[in-house]
Design a protein around this ligand. Structure first.
Ligand code: B4P
Length: 191
Protein backbone atom coordinates (compact mmCIF):
# COMPACT_ATOMS: atom_id res chain seq x y z
CA UNK A 1 0.00 0.00 0.00
CA UNK A 2 1.22 3.52 -0.83
CA UNK A 3 0.01 6.19 1.57
CA UNK A 4 0.48 9.91 2.18
CA UNK A 5 -0.03 11.16 5.77
CA UNK A 6 -1.06 14.81 5.88
CA UNK A 7 -1.46 17.08 8.90
CA UNK A 8 -0.16 20.21 10.56
CA UNK A 9 3.29 20.26 12.18
CA UNK A 10 3.10 18.23 15.37
CA UNK A 11 -0.22 16.61 14.38
CA UNK A 12 1.33 13.18 14.94
CA UNK A 13 2.26 12.11 11.42
CA UNK A 14 5.59 10.65 12.53
CA UNK A 15 4.04 9.03 15.59
CA UNK A 16 1.33 7.28 13.55
CA UNK A 17 3.64 6.41 10.65
CA UNK A 18 5.84 4.37 13.00
CA UNK A 19 2.86 2.17 13.89
CA UNK A 20 1.65 1.87 10.28
CA UNK A 21 5.12 0.74 9.24
CA UNK A 22 4.89 -2.19 11.67
CA UNK A 23 1.21 -3.05 11.06
CA UNK A 24 1.39 -2.89 7.25
CA UNK A 25 5.02 -3.96 6.74
CA UNK A 26 5.83 -0.98 4.52
CA UNK A 27 8.57 1.66 4.51
CA UNK A 28 8.25 4.90 6.51
CA UNK A 29 9.64 7.90 4.63
CA UNK A 30 9.76 11.13 6.64
CA UNK A 31 11.15 14.12 4.77
CA UNK A 32 11.62 15.82 8.17
CA UNK A 33 13.80 12.90 9.34
CA UNK A 34 15.74 12.88 6.04
CA UNK A 35 16.40 16.62 6.43
CA UNK A 36 17.34 16.35 10.13
CA UNK A 37 19.80 13.54 9.25
CA UNK A 38 21.39 15.77 6.57
CA UNK A 39 21.65 18.63 9.10
CA UNK A 40 23.20 16.32 11.72
CA UNK A 41 25.72 14.93 9.21
CA UNK A 42 26.62 18.48 8.14
CA UNK A 43 26.24 17.66 4.42
CA UNK A 44 26.15 20.65 2.00
CA UNK A 45 22.41 20.09 1.68
CA UNK A 46 22.03 19.91 5.46
CA UNK A 47 23.88 23.20 5.89
CA UNK A 48 21.43 24.85 3.47
CA UNK A 49 18.38 23.30 5.17
CA UNK A 50 19.34 24.07 8.80
CA UNK A 51 18.56 27.80 8.88
CA UNK A 52 15.37 27.35 6.86
CA UNK A 53 14.03 24.68 9.24
CA UNK A 54 14.97 26.70 12.32
CA UNK A 55 13.01 29.64 10.89
CA UNK A 56 9.92 27.41 10.55
CA UNK A 57 9.90 27.71 6.75
CA UNK A 58 9.79 25.02 4.09
CA UNK A 59 13.07 23.79 2.62
CA UNK A 60 13.28 24.28 -1.19
CA UNK A 61 11.14 21.92 -3.28
CA UNK A 62 14.17 20.90 -5.34
CA UNK A 63 16.21 19.77 -2.32
CA UNK A 64 13.36 17.79 -0.77
CA UNK A 65 12.42 16.14 -4.08
CA UNK A 66 16.04 15.05 -4.56
CA UNK A 67 16.07 13.43 -1.11
CA UNK A 68 12.73 11.73 -1.76
CA UNK A 69 13.77 10.34 -5.16
CA UNK A 70 16.89 8.85 -3.60
CA UNK A 71 14.85 7.26 -0.79
CA UNK A 72 12.19 5.85 -3.14
CA UNK A 73 14.94 4.14 -5.15
CA UNK A 74 15.77 1.94 -2.13
CA UNK A 75 14.45 -1.65 -2.31
CA UNK A 76 12.39 -1.57 0.92
CA UNK A 77 9.87 0.76 -0.76
CA UNK A 78 8.85 -1.92 -3.27
CA UNK A 79 6.26 -3.38 -0.87
CA UNK A 80 4.75 0.05 -0.28
CA UNK A 81 5.45 3.19 1.73
CA UNK A 82 4.05 5.86 4.02
CA UNK A 83 5.06 9.39 3.06
CA UNK A 84 5.18 11.50 6.23
CA UNK A 85 5.65 15.24 5.67
CA UNK A 86 5.53 15.20 1.87
CA UNK A 87 3.94 16.82 -0.11
CA UNK A 88 3.78 20.14 1.80
CA UNK A 89 2.64 22.42 -1.03
CA UNK A 90 0.90 22.09 -4.40
CA UNK A 91 4.17 22.15 -6.35
CA UNK A 92 5.40 19.16 -4.31
CA UNK A 93 2.07 17.36 -4.89
CA UNK A 94 2.54 17.79 -8.66
CA UNK A 95 6.16 16.65 -8.50
CA UNK A 96 5.10 13.59 -6.50
CA UNK A 97 2.47 12.69 -9.12
CA UNK A 98 5.10 12.87 -11.86
CA UNK A 99 7.64 10.86 -9.87
CA UNK A 100 5.18 8.10 -8.88
CA UNK A 101 3.87 7.85 -12.46
CA UNK A 102 7.46 7.46 -13.69
CA UNK A 103 8.18 4.61 -11.25
CA UNK A 104 4.65 3.14 -11.69
CA UNK A 105 3.78 3.34 -7.99
CA UNK A 106 0.54 5.35 -7.78
CA UNK A 107 -0.88 6.40 -4.40
CA UNK A 108 -3.63 4.30 -2.81
CA UNK A 109 -4.73 6.63 -0.03
CA UNK A 110 -4.14 9.97 1.67
CA UNK A 111 -4.95 10.29 5.38
CA UNK A 112 -5.18 13.69 7.04
CA UNK A 113 -4.84 13.99 10.82
CA UNK A 114 -7.03 16.80 12.17
CA UNK A 115 -5.71 18.45 15.34
CA UNK A 116 -6.68 21.94 16.63
CA UNK A 117 -3.88 24.51 16.78
CA UNK A 118 -4.11 24.78 20.59
CA UNK A 119 -3.27 21.06 20.99
CA UNK A 120 -0.41 21.38 18.49
CA UNK A 121 1.10 24.29 20.40
CA UNK A 122 0.89 22.26 23.64
CA UNK A 123 2.50 19.15 22.06
CA UNK A 124 5.35 21.13 20.55
CA UNK A 125 5.94 23.00 23.83
CA UNK A 126 6.26 19.66 25.57
CA UNK A 127 8.66 18.31 22.95
CA UNK A 128 10.68 21.55 23.06
CA UNK A 129 11.09 21.11 26.83
CA UNK A 130 12.14 17.46 26.41
CA UNK A 131 14.16 17.40 23.18
CA UNK A 132 15.05 21.07 22.53
CA UNK A 133 14.22 20.75 18.82
CA UNK A 134 14.89 24.26 17.53
CA UNK A 135 11.76 24.41 15.35
CA UNK A 136 9.54 23.52 18.34
CA UNK A 137 10.11 26.82 20.14
CA UNK A 138 6.74 28.58 20.52
CA UNK A 139 7.42 31.45 18.07
CA UNK A 140 8.61 29.04 15.38
CA UNK A 141 5.63 26.74 15.91
CA UNK A 142 3.29 29.69 15.24
CA UNK A 143 5.22 30.41 12.03
CA UNK A 144 5.03 26.74 11.01
CA UNK A 145 1.27 26.72 11.59
CA UNK A 146 0.92 29.81 9.37
CA UNK A 147 3.01 28.15 6.64
CA UNK A 148 0.84 25.04 6.97
CA UNK A 149 -2.41 27.02 6.59
CA UNK A 150 -1.11 28.91 3.60
CA UNK A 151 0.82 26.24 1.69
CA UNK A 152 -0.06 22.74 2.93
CA UNK A 153 -3.81 22.95 3.61
CA UNK A 154 -4.57 23.27 -0.17
CA UNK A 155 -2.85 19.89 -0.70
CA UNK A 156 -5.74 18.19 1.15
CA UNK A 157 -8.24 19.73 -1.32
CA UNK A 158 -6.05 18.51 -4.20
CA UNK A 159 -6.40 14.88 -2.99
CA UNK A 160 -10.02 15.31 -1.92
CA UNK A 161 -10.94 16.28 -5.50
CA UNK A 162 -9.24 13.09 -6.62
CA UNK A 163 -11.37 11.06 -4.17
CA UNK A 164 -8.49 9.49 -2.22
CA UNK A 165 -8.54 11.67 0.93
CA UNK A 166 -9.77 10.42 4.32
CA UNK A 167 -9.81 12.71 7.36
CA UNK A 168 -9.20 11.29 10.84
CA UNK A 169 -9.60 12.91 14.27
CA UNK A 170 -6.01 13.23 15.54
CA UNK A 171 -6.87 14.07 19.16
CA UNK A 172 -6.82 11.47 21.94
CA UNK A 173 -4.65 8.54 22.97
CA UNK A 174 -2.02 7.64 20.35
CA UNK A 175 -3.31 4.01 20.18
CA UNK A 176 -6.90 5.10 19.47
CA UNK A 177 -5.79 7.45 16.70
CA UNK A 178 -3.75 4.59 15.21
CA UNK A 179 -6.87 2.36 15.25
CA UNK A 180 -8.85 5.10 13.47
CA UNK A 181 -6.16 5.45 10.80
CA UNK A 182 -6.02 1.68 10.21
CA UNK A 183 -9.84 1.46 10.03
CA UNK A 184 -9.86 4.29 7.48
CA UNK A 185 -7.22 2.55 5.36
CA UNK A 186 -8.96 -0.84 5.55
CA UNK A 187 -12.31 0.58 4.48
CA UNK A 188 -10.57 2.32 1.59
CA UNK A 189 -9.01 -0.98 0.44
CA UNK A 190 -12.41 -2.72 0.67
CA UNK A 191 -14.20 0.09 -1.26
P1 B4P B 1 8.42 17.26 10.29
O1 B4P B 1 9.51 16.36 10.69
O2 B4P B 1 7.44 16.73 9.30
O3 B4P B 1 7.84 17.64 11.71
P2 B4P B 1 6.50 17.67 12.46
O4 B4P B 1 5.55 18.37 11.54
O5 B4P B 1 6.81 18.29 13.79
O6 B4P B 1 6.06 16.22 12.79
P3 B4P B 1 4.77 15.32 12.96
O7 B4P B 1 3.45 15.80 12.45
O8 B4P B 1 5.29 14.07 12.37
O9 B4P B 1 4.53 15.23 14.51
P4 B4P B 1 5.03 14.12 15.53
O10 B4P B 1 4.47 12.77 15.27
O11 B4P B 1 6.52 14.23 15.62
O12 B4P B 1 8.96 18.66 9.68
C1 B4P B 1 9.98 19.46 10.30
C2 B4P B 1 10.48 20.56 9.34
O13 B4P B 1 11.20 19.96 8.22
C3 B4P B 1 9.42 21.43 8.65
O14 B4P B 1 8.97 22.52 9.45
C4 B4P B 1 10.18 21.92 7.38
O15 B4P B 1 11.07 22.99 7.65
C5 B4P B 1 11.02 20.70 7.01
N1 B4P B 1 10.33 19.84 6.01
C6 B4P B 1 9.88 18.57 6.22
N2 B4P B 1 9.30 18.08 5.11
C7 B4P B 1 9.38 19.07 4.17
C8 B4P B 1 8.93 19.19 2.82
N3 B4P B 1 8.25 18.20 2.21
N4 B4P B 1 9.18 20.34 2.16
C9 B4P B 1 9.84 21.36 2.74
N5 B4P B 1 10.28 21.32 4.01
C10 B4P B 1 10.05 20.19 4.73
O16 B4P B 1 4.33 14.63 16.88
C11 B4P B 1 4.64 15.84 17.48
C12 B4P B 1 4.67 15.71 18.99
O17 B4P B 1 3.38 15.40 19.48
C13 B4P B 1 5.59 14.59 19.49
O18 B4P B 1 6.27 15.04 20.63
C14 B4P B 1 4.64 13.45 19.84
O19 B4P B 1 5.12 12.64 20.88
C15 B4P B 1 3.40 14.19 20.27
N6 B4P B 1 2.15 13.49 19.97
C16 B4P B 1 1.89 12.77 18.83
N7 B4P B 1 0.63 12.26 18.89
C17 B4P B 1 0.09 12.71 20.08
C18 B4P B 1 -1.19 12.53 20.73
N8 B4P B 1 -2.14 11.81 20.18
N9 B4P B 1 -1.39 13.14 21.91
C19 B4P B 1 -0.42 13.89 22.49
N10 B4P B 1 0.82 14.07 21.96
C20 B4P B 1 1.06 13.48 20.76
Amino acid sequence: MRIVLLGAPGSGKGTQAKRLKVELGIAHISTGDLLRAAVKDGTPLGLKAKAVMEAGQLVSDQIVLGLLEERLAQPDTQSGFILDGYPRNLAQAGALDDLLARIRQPLDAVVKLNVPDADIVRRCELRFAQEHRADDNPATVRRRLAVYAEQTAPVADFYSRRGILTEVDGVGPIESIGDRVLDALRSRVRA
